[in-house]
Design a protein around this ligand. Structure first.
Ligand SMILES: Nc1nc2c(ncn2[C@@H]2O[C@H](COP(=O)(O)OP(=O)(O)O)[C@@H](O)[C@H]2O)c(=O)[nH]1
Ligand SMILES: [Mg+2]
Length: 439
C-alpha cells in the first residue's frame, strides 16, 4: 500500500475529457512535479501539465483530495485532461517515470477504499454492478447497494445479534444476583425469532434480484415454421435469425438482450419441435428442450390453433404464453382458439399486447421504492448460514445458554462476512477481479 498508483479512470479514448486518477502517499509530489502546484483540497484549478523537460503535455483541471477525505482514503488526485490517445499516453508515461509510482491493477483503487474502511464489500460489489448496469432496474439495485442502504440493514441485524449475546453473557455471569431480571432472555429470544423471519423475507427477494441482475430468460418455442425466428427478429428490431419458409431452418440457439420495462430480458430462438431424421436438426431440438428447461417464461408459438406442441409437464410451474402467429393471413382461423395473444410480425398487430403480457410476468416492484435485495450467491449463502445458526440457537434451549450464545456468535460471523467485517481475505481476490483498471 506504500506505492502510489495511477490509471486512466474514464472510458475509451478518444473522448472529450479523460480522467486520470492518482492515489497514494506521493500524490502531492506528483502534482508539484507535473503541475507545479498542489491545489487546495477539493478545489478544481486549471493548470498546464508538463514533463520533466518543462514541455507542456496538456492543460487540464486538477483536483486534489487529502487523506482521508477521498475515494480511497489516501491522498488522491484527479487530472481531467483532453481525451486524446497521445495526450493520455504522454501523461501516463510521465507518471510511470516518477519513482514510487506504478500503474494500478484492476480494482486497486476500490481495494484501497475497502482497506481504509471507506466502503464495505456490499458497497464495493454494488459499485461494480453500477458500472456494468445496462438497464434501469440494474442501476436501481446497484445504487441501493453501493450507497450503503443494504449494508445498514445488515449492520442493524449484526447489532441485534451482538446485543443478544451480551444479554445472555450478562445473564450467565450474574445469574445468582437478584437484580438481573429473568425476563431478559425471553425478550431476546423473541427478537431472535423476529430476526429469523426478517432474514427469511429478505432471502425471498433473492430471486427478484437475480432476474434484475442476470435478466429474465424468455424462450420462443413451437413447431417448425410457426414464426419463431420472425418474432425474435421483430422484437430485436434486427435480422438476427434466418427466416425462410423451409421448416427446420433454425438449429442453433440464438439469443438477444432486450430491455423490457427497465428489466433485462434474454430472448431465445430455438429450433422447431418435431420428429425428424436430420441429425443436425435433432441436435437443435435437443438444445431447444435444454433452453426451455432453463427459461423463466415460455412463448409457445403456432400458426394454427391445432399446432401447439405439447411441452410435457417437466416444469409445471413455468408460465407458458400461447401465441397465435401470422394472423394477417387468416384471422378467422383463431375465432374460438384458446390463446393468450395473437400476433403478426408482418403487420405488427398484437406485438404491444404480447409485450404487455410479458411485462405482467416481470416482478412487481411498484410497492418497493428501495431495492434492498441480496444479489449474489455469496450474500444468499451467508444469509442462509446466519439464519440456520439463529435457528440452532433457538432450538437448543435445553442445552444451556452458553451453547445458544455460541450459535449466535456463528450467526454474527456469517452475517459479518457479507459486508467483510470478518475473515474475508480469500473473498477479496474474487470481488476485486470484477473491476476494471482505474476503478
Ligand atoms: N404472413 C406472415 N408470414 C409470416 C409471419 N411470421 C413469419 N412468417 C413466415 O413464416 C415462415 C416461417 O417463419 P420463421 O420465422 O422462419 O419460423 P420458425 O421456423 O418458427 O422460426 C417464413 O416464410 C416467414 O416469412 C407473419 O406474421 N405473417
Ligand atoms: Mg426459426
Amino acid at each position: 500500500m506504500s506505492d502510489t498508483i495511477y490509471a486512466l479512470s474514464s472510458g475509451a479514448l478518444p473522448a472529450g475529457v479523460a480522467v486520470i486518477r492518482v492515489s497514494g502517499p506521493h500524490t502531492s509530489e506528483v502534482l508539484r512535479e507535473l503541475c507545479a502546484c498542489v491545489p487546495s483540497p477539493r478545489q478544481a484549478v486549471l493548470r498546464s501539465i508538463r514533463n520533466r523537460n518543462g514541455d507542456v503535455l496538456d492543460q487540464g483541471l486538477i483536483l486534489y483530495f487529502k487523506a482521508p477525505a477521498s475515494f480511497t482514503g489516501e491522498d488522491c488526485a484527479e487530472l481531467q485532461v483532453h481525451g486524446g490517445r497521445a495526450v493520455v499516453n504522454a501523461i501516463l508515461a510521465e507518471l510511470g517515470d516518477i519513482p514510487g509510482l506504478r500503474h494500478a491493477e484492476a480494482g486497486e483503487f476500490s481495494r484501497r477504499a475497502f482497506h481504509n474502511g471507506k466502503l464495505d464489500l456490499v458497497e464495493i460489489e454494488g459499485l461494480a454492478d453500477l458500472i456494468s448496469a445496462e438497464t434501469e432496474m440494474q442501476r436501481r439495485l446497484a445504487q441501493e447497494h453501493s450507497s450503503g442502504h443494504l449494508s445498514k440493514i445488515y449492520e442493524g441485524w449484526a447489532r441485534r445479534l451482538t446485543h443478544a449475546r451480551a444479554m445472555i453473557e450478562a445473564e450467565l455471569d450474574f445469574a445468582d444476583e437478584d437484580d438481573v431480571p429473568g425476563s431478559v432472555a425471553e425478550k431476546i429470544w423473541a427478537d431472535m425469532r423476529t430476526l429469523k423471519g426478517e432474514i427469511s423475507e429478505h432471502l425471498d427477494g433473492a430471486g427478484i434480484a437475480e432476474i434484475i441482475r442476470d435478466g429474465l430468460k424468455i424462450v420462443i418455442a413451437g413447431e417448425p415454421n410457426a414464426g419463431k425466428s420472425s418474432l425474435l427478429n421483430h422484437l430485436a428490431r434486427r435480422d438476427i435469425a434466418i427466416v425462410t419458409d423451409i421448416a427446420g431452418t433454425t438449429r442453433d440457439i440464438l439469443s438477444v438482450d432486450l430491455s423490457l420495462a427497465g428489466f433485462r430480458v434474454q430472448l431465445f430462438d430455438t429450433a422447431g419441435l418435431r420428429e425428424t431424421d436430420d441429425k443436425v436438426e435433432q441436435e437443435g431440438i435437443r438444445r431447444a428442450y435444454l433452453t426451455i428447461d432453463q427459461a423463466d417464461i415460455i412463448l409457445l408459438l403456432s400458426d394454427t390453433p391445432e399446432g401447439f406442441v405439447e411441452l410435457g409437464t417437466s416444469q409445471p410451474e413455468k408460465p407458458v404464453i400461447r401465441v397465435g402467429t401470422k394472423i394477417d393471413r387468416s384471422p378467422l382461423l383463431w375465432d374460438k382458439a384458446s390463446v393468450d395473444v395473437l400476433v403478426s410480425t408482418e403487420t405488427g398487430a398484437g406485438i404491444d399486447r404480447l409485450l404487455d403480457v410479458l411485462v405482467d410476468h416481470l416482478p412487481d416492484l411498484s410497492g418497493q421504492n428501495a431495492l434492498s435485495l441480496p444479489t449474489r450467491k455469496r450474500h444468499v449463502s451467508c444469509l442462509q448460514q446466519t439464519r440456520a445458526a439463529i435457528e440452532m440457537s433457538l432450538a437448543q434451549s435445553n442445552r444451556g445458554l452458553d451453547i445458544q450464545a455460541e450459535y449466535l456468535r456463528q450467526a454474527g460471523d456469517a452475517l459479518g462476512r457479507i459486508t467483510g467485517r470478518v475473515d474475508v481475505e480469500d473473498l477479496l481476490g474474487v470481488i476485486f477481479s470484477e473491476f476494471c483498471i482505474g476503478k
